[in-house]
Design a protein around this ligand. Structure first.
Ligand code: SF4
Length: 208
């Protein structure tokens, strides 16, 4: 395991020089801070999200991404929302307008039941309630970090749970493992709770 971890670290260092040290410093700084739990959670989530976005941007610039408008190949996998993402996603849903919002709410109710009935992410295959008929995300600009980090160089891999780890592109595998490591760091900061929750269940709790 240690050897594999070292390999990934070397690969990431080659792709994104200095990033690991910078991220480690950022996390240590946040973990050492005093402040309300909510403010710290927000800060860690922003950092986590921006690191995921940096990866996606770098991969897109290098021409290694298959992801694009209208591709929803990964949108049937189980998605979890960070606590601090719920208000942004909710605002985006509320902006959709009456009838679309109503349809989304109906789909979310069904999805929430399926999230409970299928807790194993490997078994879960349910089209997200936030897709429109053309397979586009209705809240794309506000989509959760879990969706932002589903980057791939081969859309056929995205049909299966576990997407990016099975990608044939080694840099995406390294990026994905690093983002998983960040997720663990995030969880460590949030030991007192606030773990990500299944999308539909989390949204229904705050929607009327
Ligand atoms: S929130 Fe948007 S990007 Fe994420 S799974 Fe749902 S439709 Fe896809």
């Amino acid at each position: 395991m240690a050897e594999q971890g070292e390999d990934v670290e070397i690969a990431i260092e080659g792709l994104y020089p200095g990033l690991i040290k910078q991220m480690t410093r950022n996390f240590r700084e946040i973990m050492g801070k005093e402040g309300s739990r909510q403010a710290l959670v927000r800060e860690v989530d922003v950092l986590y999200r921006s690191s995921v976005e940096d990866f996606a941007k770098a991969e897109a610039e290098a021409g290694r991404l298959a992801c694009g408008a209208g591709c929803s190949a990964c949108c049937s996998q189980r998605v979890e929302l960070l606590e601090s993402e719920v208000p942004d996603v909710l605002r985006a849903i509320n902006r959709l307008g009456g009838s679309v919002r109503k349809q989304v709410l109906k789909r979310l109710r069904r999805q929430a039941r399926l999230e409970i009935a299928t807790p194993d992410p490997e078994q879960y295959r349910v089209p997200c309630s936030l897709l429109d008929e053309a397979g586009r995300c209705l809240i794309y600009a506000a989509r959760p970090t879990a969706c932002r980090k589903a980057i791939s160089s081969n859309a056929t891999h995205c049909q299966a749970p576990g997407t990016v780890l099975f990608d044939e592109n080694p840099s995406l595998v390294a990026a994905s493992l690093f983002s998983t490591a960040l997720e663990f760091a995030r969880t460590a900061v949030l030991l007192q709770g606030s773990l990500p929750r299944p999308l539909a269940g989390a949204l229904l709790e705050v929607m009327k």
